[in-house]
Design a protein around this ligand. Structure first.
Ligand code: URA
Length: 243
């Protein structure tokens, strides 16, 4: 048995706080009866509805995908482009991506049907490190790398402290490979940060998410997360450390 607000949040319908508000406001029914008491326990066989819409109590599933290029981080697309959930044709649970990678960005992406987990993994207050490797035009100077690390003023605010490292450079082509570790997830953040220092991104890959990497995987590969990894990610989000 689980608390009603937890089940509503886990289904991705609302945050736990919003779920509590919905319950208190009399918008939730269990087996046809309105329930306003917070903490009411419900089981898998109970029929829960929020504003008349059935809450699916699916088993929770968690996947790690090595997202290929030219795939949209969404559950559907009105322009008919391929989406990340198209890469899981046999999975019957309603998966959605945890955060987003751009259409042309490759790399690690988590997918789940656990709304509360997705919220914990993406909310900036939980601070999970994500490392990107970018091929950029130009070769950033030490000073420019410092700027990336200290914070760049973007139109939606200053970026939080980050780590940047020049991995390699090709003086002939005037291009370089730079890794950047950030824990926020502003829209197109990495590309905008590099644009701001005058080194536009030509190719972008997310190599790690917290302690998870892509070891031994190729673009398009995926695997289920282990129960231990899911637990460790939650601990990491809540405490900033694992174990
Ligand atoms: N930052 C970007 O600019 N693009 C991504 O896909 C992810 C982070």
């Amino acid at each position: 048995m689980e608390r009603l607000q937890k089940v509503i949040a886990a289904a991705g319908i609302a945050s736990r706080r919003k779920a509590e508000e919905l319950i208190s406001a009399g918008k939730v029914t269990v087996n046809g009866e309105t329930v306003t008491e917070l903490g009411t326990k419900v089981g898998r066989s109970d029929k829960i509805e929020v504003e008349g819409i059935r809450v699916e109590q699916e088993e929770k599933v968690y996947y790690l995908l090595y997202k290929p290029r030219a795939v949209l981080s969404a559950s559907s697309d009105d322009r008919g482009r391929k989406t990340v959930t198209d890469l899981f044709p046999e999975v019957k649970e309603r998966l959605y991506p945890v955060g987003r990678l751009d259409y042309d960005t490759t790399g690690i992406l988590l997918l789940t049907n656990d709304g509360e987990f997705a919220y914990q993994m993406t909310h900036p207050k939980f601070n999970i490190d994500k490392t990107y490797v970018a091929r950029v035009k130009g070769i950033p100077t030490k000073e420019q790398l410092k700027q990336l690390e200290k914070g760049i003023v973007l139109e939606d605010g200053k970026t939080a402290p980050a780590r940047a490292k020049l991995i390699s450079m090709d003086k002939k082509t005037g291009r370089s490979i730079v890794s950047l570790t950030i824990h926020e997830g502003k829209n197109r953040q990495v590309k905008r940060m590099f644009e701001a220092i005058g080194c536009p991104v030509q190719k972008l890959k997310r190599e790690s998410f917290g302690f998870l990497g892509l070891h031994g995987m190729n673009a398009g590969d995926r695997r289920e997360l282990t129960a231990h990894e899911v637990k460790q990610l939650r601990v990491l989000a809540e405490t900033g450390k694992i174990g």
